[in-house]
Write a protein that binds this ligand. Structure first.
Ligand SMILES: N[C@@H](CCC[C@H](N)C(=O)O)C(=O)O
Length: 307
C-alpha cells in the first residue's frame, strides 16, 4: 500500500451533476477501504462526491488483488474504472462516471485515441469521445445489454410499482402513469425506500419517472450507496427501457432522459444500449489523508480549477 501521508493528486468532475473524485492510482497501490473512500467523498470534511473513480491499469488491479479476474471484454492493458459509491461500497458500473473517466484519460494524455474501451466490473465499455477540451466533453458510451427482470414494488415517496432492470448493476425503474413533472418534483425521497430483498439481494438503485411524452421522460433517482443524486447514467438507461416497454411493449427505441442535473440521450436496440451525454472536469488538486482509513477532521485539500 502506498504511503498516504504524502499528498495524493485528484481530479473532480461530473456528468450531469453526478459528481466524482477521480484518483489516479495507475499501479493500484492504494488500499481503498470504505472509510478512506467515504472520507474523500464527504461533502464537508473531504473533497465531496457521489462516488470515487480509481484510475488504474487493469493488470495492476489484478496483481494488487483488487480484481479476482479480468471481466469480459476488458484487456489487461485497458484503463479500468474502479468505481466506489460515496459510502465506500463497490458497484459494478457507472454510466456518468465512465464519461468523466474517458474525458480525463484524453485530457491527461493517458490515451491518444477518441474511441477506446474502459474496463468496469460489468465488463468492457466502448466509449467515443466526440469532442473534448480541458473542461467539457461530449461522450457516447456503449452500455452493453439491458436485461428486463420481474416486476416489483417499493415505497419511495409513495407506493410505487416498477420493473427490475439489469444494466450491469441493479435497478428498479418505476414508470408512474399520469405523473407530471411537478408531481415528480414534489415526491419526498427523504424517508428512503423499502424494497424486496428477495428480488434485490445486493441492494438496488431506484428510478421514478414520467411516462414518455414528446420523445422524452423526466426522472429522479435514489442511488444505492449514495442517496438521491442529480443523475445516474445506468439509471437513465434502465428508466428508458422501462418507459419504452410501458409505451410500446418493447424495451427498444431512443429517448431523451431529463434528470435534475441535465439531459442525456439513451438508445436501446437488440444489441444493447448507448448513452450520450456531457462530462465536465471542474478542479484538480492534491489531498492528504494522514491515515489509510482517512480522518476527515485532519484532511488537507488543495484544489485549483481545472481550467
Ligand atoms: N451514478 C452511477 C451509478 C453508480 C453506482 C450505483 N450507485 C450502484 O450502486 O449500482 C451511474 O451514473 O450509473
Amino acid at each position: 500500500m502506498a504511503d498516504v501521508d504524502t499528498a495524493l493528486p485528484f481530479v473532480k468532475g461530473h456528468g450531469t451533476e453526478n459528481d466524482f473524485v477521480l484518483l489516479p492510482d495507475h499501479q493500484a497501490r492504494l488500499d481503498l477501504t470504505e472509510d478512506f473512500v467515504a472520507a474523500l467523498c464527504d461533502r464537508r470534511a473531504g473533497i465531496g462526491g457521489d462516488g470515487l473513480l480509481r484510475v488504474a491499469r487493469t493488470d495492476a488491479l489484478v496483481i494488487a488483488g483488487v480484481l479476482d479476474e479480468i471481466p469480459a471484454g476488458v484487456s489487461s492493458s485497458d484503463w479500468f474504472m474502479d468505481y466506489r459509491n460515496a459510502d465506500g461500497s463497490i458497484a459494478e458500473m457507472c454510466g456518468n462516471g465512465v464519461r468523466v473517466f474517458a474525458h480525463h484519460l484524453v485530457v491527461a494524455g493517458l490515451i491518444d485515441r477518441t474511441e477506446f474501451v474502459v474496463g468496469s466490473r460489468a465488463g468492457g465499455r466502448r466509449v467515443h469521445v466526440r469532442s473534448a477540451d480541458a473542461a467539457d466533453a461530449d461522450v457516447t458510451v456503449e452500455m452493453g445489454p439491458v436485461r428486463i427482470g420481474e416486476r416489483s414494488s417499493t415505497t419511495l415517496g409513495r407506493q410505487l410499482d416498477g420493473v427490475a432492470v439489469d444494466v450491469g448493476n441493479p435497478h428498479l425503474a418505476c414508470v408512474v402513469d399520469d405523473l407530471t413533472v411537478a408531481d415528480l418534483d414534489r415526491l419526498d425521497f427523504t424517508g428512503g425506500a423499502v424494497v424486496d430483498t428477495g428480488v434485490f439481494p445486493h441492494g438496488v438503485n431506484i428510478e421514478v419517472l414520467t411516462p414518455v411524452r414528446d420523445g422524452s421522460v423526466h426522472m429522479r433517482v435514489l442511488e444505492r450507496g449514495v442517496g438521491e443524486t442529480r443523475s445516474c447514467g445506468t439509471g437513465t438507461v434502465a428508466a428508458a427501457a422501462a418507459a419504452l416497454l410501458a409505451q410500446t411493449g418493447k424495451p427498444q427505441g431512443a429517448l431523451d432522459v431529463h434528470i435534475p442535473g441535465g439531459t442525456v440521450t439513451v438508445t436501446i436496440t437488440d444489441d444493447g444500449a448507448t448513452l450520450r451525454g456531457p462530462s465536465r472536469l471542474v478542479a484538480v488538486g492534491t489531498v492528504s489523508l494522514p491515515e489509510a482509513t482517512g480522518s476527515p477532521a485532519e484532511n488537507r485539500v488543495h484544489v485549483a480549477p481545472s481550467v
